[in-house]
Write a protein that binds this ligand. Structure first.
Ligand SMILES: Nc1ncnc2c1ncn2[C@@H]1O[C@H](COP(=O)(O)OP(=O)(O)OP(=O)(O)O)[C@@H](O)[C@H]1O
Ligand SMILES: [Mg+2]
Length: 341
Protein backbone atom coordinates (compact mmCIF):
# COMPACT_ATOMS: atom_id res chain seq x y z
CA UNK A 1 0.00 0.00 0.00
CA UNK A 2 1.21 3.52 -0.74
CA UNK A 3 1.06 6.64 1.39
CA UNK A 4 -2.20 7.81 -0.20
CA UNK A 5 -3.99 4.50 0.36
CA UNK A 6 -3.12 4.66 4.06
CA UNK A 7 -4.43 8.20 4.33
CA UNK A 8 -7.68 7.24 2.54
CA UNK A 9 -8.20 4.31 4.90
CA UNK A 10 -7.42 6.42 7.95
CA UNK A 11 -9.93 9.06 6.83
CA UNK A 12 -12.59 6.42 6.11
CA UNK A 13 -12.22 4.54 9.41
CA UNK A 14 -12.03 7.82 11.31
CA UNK A 15 -15.25 9.11 9.76
CA UNK A 16 -16.97 5.77 10.28
CA UNK A 17 -15.82 5.83 13.91
CA UNK A 18 -14.32 2.38 13.52
CA UNK A 19 -11.66 2.66 16.23
CA UNK A 20 -10.28 -0.82 15.83
CA UNK A 21 -9.58 -0.55 12.12
CA UNK A 22 -8.39 3.02 12.51
CA UNK A 23 -5.81 2.00 15.09
CA UNK A 24 -4.56 -0.96 13.13
CA UNK A 25 -4.24 1.11 9.94
CA UNK A 26 -2.43 3.85 11.85
CA UNK A 27 -0.02 1.28 13.23
CA UNK A 28 0.62 -0.07 9.74
CA UNK A 29 1.15 3.47 8.49
CA UNK A 30 3.69 4.09 11.25
CA UNK A 31 5.57 0.92 10.26
CA UNK A 32 5.41 1.97 6.62
CA UNK A 33 7.02 5.31 7.49
CA UNK A 34 9.67 3.69 9.63
CA UNK A 35 10.55 1.39 6.74
CA UNK A 36 10.71 4.24 4.29
CA UNK A 37 13.18 6.09 6.54
CA UNK A 38 10.73 8.75 7.71
CA UNK A 39 11.57 7.82 11.25
CA UNK A 40 10.93 11.21 12.82
CA UNK A 41 7.46 11.40 11.31
CA UNK A 42 6.77 7.82 12.42
CA UNK A 43 7.85 8.63 15.96
CA UNK A 44 5.65 11.70 16.06
CA UNK A 45 2.64 9.68 14.87
CA UNK A 46 3.42 7.00 17.38
CA UNK A 47 3.52 9.45 20.22
CA UNK A 48 0.22 11.07 19.04
CA UNK A 49 -1.34 7.65 19.01
CA UNK A 50 -0.10 6.79 22.46
CA UNK A 51 -1.23 10.11 23.91
CA UNK A 52 -4.68 9.71 22.47
CA UNK A 53 -5.01 6.15 23.76
CA UNK A 54 -3.96 7.38 27.16
CA UNK A 55 -6.53 10.19 27.13
CA UNK A 56 -9.31 7.88 25.99
CA UNK A 57 -8.57 5.51 28.77
CA UNK A 58 -8.71 8.31 31.29
CA UNK A 59 -12.13 9.33 30.08
CA UNK A 60 -13.84 6.06 29.54
CA UNK A 61 -14.52 2.77 31.23
CA UNK A 62 -11.63 0.41 30.93
CA UNK A 63 -11.46 -3.25 30.23
CA UNK A 64 -9.72 -4.26 33.42
CA UNK A 65 -7.02 -6.80 32.80
CA UNK A 66 -6.69 -6.13 29.09
CA UNK A 67 -3.12 -5.63 27.88
CA UNK A 68 -3.82 -1.97 27.14
CA UNK A 69 -5.03 -1.37 30.66
CA UNK A 70 -1.84 -2.82 32.06
CA UNK A 71 0.26 -0.66 29.78
CA UNK A 72 -1.78 2.38 30.72
CA UNK A 73 -1.16 2.10 34.45
CA UNK A 74 2.53 1.75 33.90
CA UNK A 75 2.52 4.81 31.70
CA UNK A 76 0.82 6.94 34.28
CA UNK A 77 3.38 5.97 36.86
CA UNK A 78 6.46 6.45 34.74
CA UNK A 79 5.30 9.77 33.32
CA UNK A 80 6.01 11.47 36.61
CA UNK A 81 9.60 10.26 36.55
CA UNK A 82 10.41 11.35 33.07
CA UNK A 83 11.60 14.88 32.66
CA UNK A 84 10.90 15.06 28.98
CA UNK A 85 10.51 12.90 25.98
CA UNK A 86 11.96 14.33 22.86
CA UNK A 87 13.15 13.89 19.35
CA UNK A 88 16.04 16.02 18.17
CA UNK A 89 17.35 17.62 15.01
CA UNK A 90 20.90 18.06 16.28
CA UNK A 91 23.73 16.50 14.32
CA UNK A 92 27.44 15.97 14.88
CA UNK A 93 28.12 19.34 13.26
CA UNK A 94 26.53 21.06 16.26
CA UNK A 95 29.09 19.73 18.70
CA UNK A 96 32.64 21.05 18.98
CA UNK A 97 35.03 18.75 20.82
CA UNK A 98 38.45 17.14 20.72
CA UNK A 99 39.19 14.85 17.75
CA UNK A 100 39.40 11.94 20.17
CA UNK A 101 35.94 12.60 21.66
CA UNK A 102 34.48 13.05 18.18
CA UNK A 103 36.07 9.83 17.01
CA UNK A 104 34.60 7.89 19.93
CA UNK A 105 31.17 9.38 19.36
CA UNK A 106 31.25 8.65 15.63
CA UNK A 107 32.18 5.03 16.26
CA UNK A 108 29.50 4.66 18.90
CA UNK A 109 26.88 5.91 16.42
CA UNK A 110 28.29 3.68 13.74
CA UNK A 111 27.74 0.62 15.93
CA UNK A 112 24.06 1.46 16.18
CA UNK A 113 23.67 2.14 12.51
CA UNK A 114 25.25 -1.24 11.80
CA UNK A 115 23.63 -3.17 14.62
CA UNK A 116 22.32 -5.86 12.27
CA UNK A 117 25.75 -6.53 10.86
CA UNK A 118 27.22 -6.80 14.35
CA UNK A 119 24.45 -9.12 15.53
CA UNK A 120 25.01 -11.32 12.51
CA UNK A 121 28.51 -12.06 13.76
CA UNK A 122 27.33 -12.14 17.37
CA UNK A 123 29.41 -9.13 18.24
CA UNK A 124 28.26 -7.09 21.24
CA UNK A 125 26.94 -3.59 20.57
CA UNK A 126 28.20 -0.85 22.88
CA UNK A 127 25.06 0.64 24.36
CA UNK A 128 26.07 2.12 27.69
CA UNK A 129 27.72 5.48 27.33
CA UNK A 130 29.02 7.86 29.99
CA UNK A 131 29.54 11.52 29.16
CA UNK A 132 31.57 13.45 31.68
CA UNK A 133 33.29 16.79 32.04
CA UNK A 134 32.72 20.28 33.42
CA UNK A 135 29.44 22.14 33.18
CA UNK A 136 28.58 23.80 29.86
CA UNK A 137 30.86 21.66 27.72
CA UNK A 138 28.24 19.72 25.80
CA UNK A 139 27.14 16.63 27.72
CA UNK A 140 23.44 17.33 27.31
CA UNK A 141 24.09 18.60 23.81
CA UNK A 142 25.93 15.37 22.93
CA UNK A 143 22.94 13.34 24.08
CA UNK A 144 20.70 15.37 21.75
CA UNK A 145 23.20 14.79 18.96
CA UNK A 146 22.98 11.03 19.51
CA UNK A 147 19.16 11.12 19.43
CA UNK A 148 19.25 13.31 16.34
CA UNK A 149 21.83 11.28 14.47
CA UNK A 150 20.02 8.01 15.17
CA UNK A 151 16.58 9.59 14.78
CA UNK A 152 15.33 8.01 17.95
CA UNK A 153 13.06 9.23 20.67
CA UNK A 154 14.86 10.02 23.92
CA UNK A 155 13.53 9.78 27.44
CA UNK A 156 15.28 12.23 29.74
CA UNK A 157 15.42 11.02 33.30
CA UNK A 158 16.42 13.30 36.12
CA UNK A 159 17.92 11.04 38.67
CA UNK A 160 18.10 13.90 41.15
CA UNK A 161 14.33 14.31 41.01
CA UNK A 162 13.61 10.60 41.28
CA UNK A 163 15.99 10.02 44.12
CA UNK A 164 14.82 12.91 46.26
CA UNK A 165 11.09 12.65 45.69
CA UNK A 166 10.56 8.93 45.59
CA UNK A 167 12.73 7.75 48.36
CA UNK A 168 12.37 4.06 48.97
CA UNK A 169 10.90 3.54 45.54
CA UNK A 170 13.89 4.62 43.50
CA UNK A 171 14.84 1.13 42.41
CA UNK A 172 11.34 0.22 41.32
CA UNK A 173 11.01 3.47 39.42
CA UNK A 174 14.24 3.00 37.58
CA UNK A 175 13.25 -0.50 36.54
CA UNK A 176 9.97 0.86 35.19
CA UNK A 177 11.70 3.47 33.10
CA UNK A 178 14.09 0.94 31.61
CA UNK A 179 11.18 -1.35 30.75
CA UNK A 180 9.28 1.47 29.12
CA UNK A 181 12.28 2.54 27.06
CA UNK A 182 12.79 -1.01 25.80
CA UNK A 183 9.12 -1.29 24.84
CA UNK A 184 9.16 1.98 22.95
CA UNK A 185 12.64 1.66 21.49
CA UNK A 186 13.82 4.93 23.09
CA UNK A 187 17.21 6.10 24.25
CA UNK A 188 17.38 6.62 28.01
CA UNK A 189 19.30 9.71 29.04
CA UNK A 190 20.14 9.92 32.72
CA UNK A 191 21.32 13.41 33.54
CA UNK A 192 23.06 14.20 36.85
CA UNK A 193 24.10 10.60 37.14
CA UNK A 194 26.26 11.51 40.13
CA UNK A 195 23.16 12.40 42.18
CA UNK A 196 23.04 8.71 42.99
CA UNK A 197 25.59 9.66 45.60
CA UNK A 198 23.04 11.97 47.14
CA UNK A 199 20.85 9.08 48.20
CA UNK A 200 23.17 8.90 51.15
CA UNK A 201 22.26 12.40 52.26
CA UNK A 202 18.51 12.13 51.77
CA UNK A 203 18.04 8.71 53.19
CA UNK A 204 17.78 7.72 56.81
CA UNK A 205 18.04 4.18 55.55
CA UNK A 206 21.62 3.47 54.57
CA UNK A 207 20.58 0.37 52.67
CA UNK A 208 18.80 2.57 50.13
CA UNK A 209 21.96 3.73 48.40
CA UNK A 210 23.19 0.19 48.04
CA UNK A 211 19.86 -0.97 46.67
CA UNK A 212 19.77 1.77 44.07
CA UNK A 213 23.31 1.11 42.91
CA UNK A 214 22.57 -2.61 42.74
CA UNK A 215 19.43 -1.97 40.72
CA UNK A 216 21.39 0.09 38.23
CA UNK A 217 24.05 -2.58 38.01
CA UNK A 218 21.38 -5.15 37.25
CA UNK A 219 19.53 -2.96 34.78
CA UNK A 220 22.80 -2.33 32.99
CA UNK A 221 23.75 -6.01 32.98
CA UNK A 222 20.41 -7.04 31.51
CA UNK A 223 20.02 -4.13 29.16
CA UNK A 224 18.79 -5.53 25.83
CA UNK A 225 21.18 -4.99 22.95
CA UNK A 226 18.58 -2.93 21.15
CA UNK A 227 18.31 -0.44 24.04
CA UNK A 228 20.70 2.39 24.79
CA UNK A 229 21.44 4.32 27.93
CA UNK A 230 23.45 7.52 28.01
CA UNK A 231 24.47 8.98 31.37
CA UNK A 232 26.00 12.38 32.11
CA UNK A 233 27.91 13.67 35.07
CA UNK A 234 30.24 16.49 35.96
CA UNK A 235 31.43 14.59 39.01
CA UNK A 236 32.78 11.34 37.67
CA UNK A 237 34.70 10.81 40.92
CA UNK A 238 31.46 10.52 42.84
CA UNK A 239 30.50 7.40 40.91
CA UNK A 240 30.77 3.95 42.34
CA UNK A 241 33.71 2.00 40.87
CA UNK A 242 31.49 -0.97 39.98
CA UNK A 243 29.11 1.33 38.13
CA UNK A 244 31.90 3.00 36.19
CA UNK A 245 33.11 -0.37 34.95
CA UNK A 246 29.69 -1.17 33.46
CA UNK A 247 29.93 1.54 30.82
CA UNK A 248 31.05 0.34 27.41
CA UNK A 249 32.43 3.76 26.66
CA UNK A 250 33.21 6.98 28.49
CA UNK A 251 33.63 10.22 26.58
CA UNK A 252 35.22 13.23 28.22
CA UNK A 253 33.94 16.64 27.12
CA UNK A 254 36.38 19.24 28.39
CA UNK A 255 36.80 23.02 28.33
CA UNK A 256 37.66 24.20 24.82
CA UNK A 257 41.25 24.94 23.77
CA UNK A 258 42.09 27.77 21.35
CA UNK A 259 41.35 25.71 18.26
CA UNK A 260 37.96 24.65 19.62
CA UNK A 261 37.07 28.20 20.65
CA UNK A 262 37.78 29.19 17.08
CA UNK A 263 35.47 26.46 15.83
CA UNK A 264 32.76 27.50 18.28
CA UNK A 265 32.93 31.09 17.03
CA UNK A 266 32.60 29.85 13.47
CA UNK A 267 29.62 27.77 14.51
CA UNK A 268 27.87 30.68 16.24
CA UNK A 269 28.52 32.96 13.27
CA UNK A 270 27.87 30.22 10.73
CA UNK A 271 25.55 32.14 8.49
CA UNK A 272 28.32 34.68 7.99
CA UNK A 273 25.83 37.43 8.81
CA UNK A 274 28.20 39.15 11.22
CA UNK A 275 31.78 40.32 11.02
CA UNK A 276 34.15 41.51 13.74
CA UNK A 277 35.51 45.05 13.96
CA UNK A 278 39.23 45.21 14.64
CA UNK A 279 39.35 46.91 18.03
CA UNK A 280 40.50 43.69 19.67
CA UNK A 281 42.12 40.99 17.56
CA UNK A 282 40.49 37.59 17.24
CA UNK A 283 43.65 36.01 18.58
CA UNK A 284 43.46 38.13 21.74
CA UNK A 285 39.72 37.36 22.18
CA UNK A 286 40.36 33.65 21.94
CA UNK A 287 43.12 33.95 24.52
CA UNK A 288 40.80 35.79 26.88
CA UNK A 289 38.04 33.24 26.33
CA UNK A 290 40.27 30.36 27.34
CA UNK A 291 39.29 28.83 30.65
CA UNK A 292 35.58 29.43 30.04
CA UNK A 293 33.10 26.75 28.97
CA UNK A 294 31.55 26.54 25.51
CA UNK A 295 28.32 27.69 27.08
CA UNK A 296 29.85 30.85 28.62
CA UNK A 297 31.74 31.76 25.46
CA UNK A 298 28.66 31.29 23.30
CA UNK A 299 26.50 33.26 25.71
CA UNK A 300 28.86 36.25 25.88
CA UNK A 301 29.32 36.27 22.10
CA UNK A 302 25.58 36.30 21.50
CA UNK A 303 25.17 39.09 24.04
CA UNK A 304 27.92 41.06 22.34
CA UNK A 305 26.13 40.62 19.00
CA UNK A 306 22.88 41.90 20.47
CA UNK A 307 24.52 44.92 22.08
CA UNK A 308 26.40 45.72 18.90
CA UNK A 309 23.14 45.61 16.97
CA UNK A 310 21.43 47.96 19.41
CA UNK A 311 24.34 50.41 19.20
CA UNK A 312 24.33 50.40 15.41
CA UNK A 313 23.29 53.65 13.76
CA UNK A 314 22.30 52.18 10.44
CA UNK A 315 20.15 49.20 11.35
CA UNK A 316 19.82 48.16 7.72
CA UNK A 317 23.50 47.32 7.18
CA UNK A 318 23.84 44.07 5.29
CA UNK A 319 26.64 42.61 7.39
CA UNK A 320 26.61 44.13 10.88
CA UNK A 321 29.92 44.18 12.74
CA UNK A 322 30.36 42.91 16.25
CA UNK A 323 31.99 45.36 18.63
CA UNK A 324 34.93 43.24 19.78
CA UNK A 325 35.57 45.52 22.76
CA UNK A 326 32.09 44.70 24.08
CA UNK A 327 32.70 40.97 23.69
CA UNK A 328 36.13 41.31 25.30
CA UNK A 329 34.59 43.06 28.32
CA UNK A 330 31.79 40.53 28.62
CA UNK A 331 34.32 37.71 28.58
CA UNK A 332 36.30 39.37 31.36
CA UNK A 333 33.11 39.91 33.40
CA UNK A 334 32.09 36.29 32.93
CA UNK A 335 35.49 35.12 34.09
CA UNK A 336 35.30 37.33 37.16
CA UNK A 337 31.78 36.13 37.95
CA UNK A 338 32.86 32.51 37.71
CA UNK A 339 36.22 33.16 39.35
CA UNK A 340 38.06 31.71 36.35
CA UNK A 341 41.76 32.55 36.16
N1 LIG B 1 30.98 21.22 22.90
C1 LIG B 1 30.09 22.14 22.51
N2 LIG B 1 29.96 22.49 21.23
C2 LIG B 1 29.07 23.42 20.86
N3 LIG B 1 28.24 24.06 21.72
C3 LIG B 1 28.32 23.75 23.00
C4 LIG B 1 29.24 22.77 23.46
N4 LIG B 1 29.10 22.66 24.80
C5 LIG B 1 28.14 23.52 25.16
N5 LIG B 1 27.66 24.18 24.09
C6 LIG B 1 26.60 25.19 24.14
O1 LIG B 1 26.22 25.40 25.49
C7 LIG B 1 24.89 24.90 25.74
C8 LIG B 1 24.85 24.18 27.07
O2 LIG B 1 25.66 23.01 27.04
P1 LIG B 1 25.21 21.63 27.70
O3 LIG B 1 23.87 21.79 28.29
O4 LIG B 1 25.35 20.55 26.71
O5 LIG B 1 26.30 21.51 28.84
P2 LIG B 1 26.48 20.35 29.90
O6 LIG B 1 27.84 19.78 29.70
O7 LIG B 1 25.34 19.41 29.82
O8 LIG B 1 26.47 21.17 31.27
P3 LIG B 1 25.89 20.77 32.72
O9 LIG B 1 26.92 19.89 33.36
O10 LIG B 1 25.79 22.09 33.40
O11 LIG B 1 24.58 20.09 32.51
C9 LIG B 1 24.58 24.00 24.57
O12 LIG B 1 23.21 23.95 24.32
C10 LIG B 1 25.35 24.67 23.44
O13 LIG B 1 24.64 25.78 22.94
MG1 LIG C 1 23.70 19.01 31.09
Amino acid sequence: MGQQDYIKDIARFGLENDQEKLLSTLNEFIEHNKNSKKVNFALQLQSLLKDSIRKQQHNSLQKVGSPSHYQQIQDRETDELILEKLTSDYSLDNLVCTPSAKDKLVNFLEEHRNSELLSKYQLPISNKLLLYGPSGCGKTLASYVIAGELQKMMIVVNLGAIVSSKLGETSKNLAKIFRKAAQEDCIIFIDEFDSLGKVRDYSQDHGEMKRVVNTILQLFDYLPQSSMVVCATNQKDMLDEALLRRFDLAISLELPDQQQIHELIRLVLKEGQFGFDRKVSLKKLIEVAQGLSYYSIQKTLINAIKRSLFAMKDKKTIKPTIDTQIWHDLLIQEKEALAVE
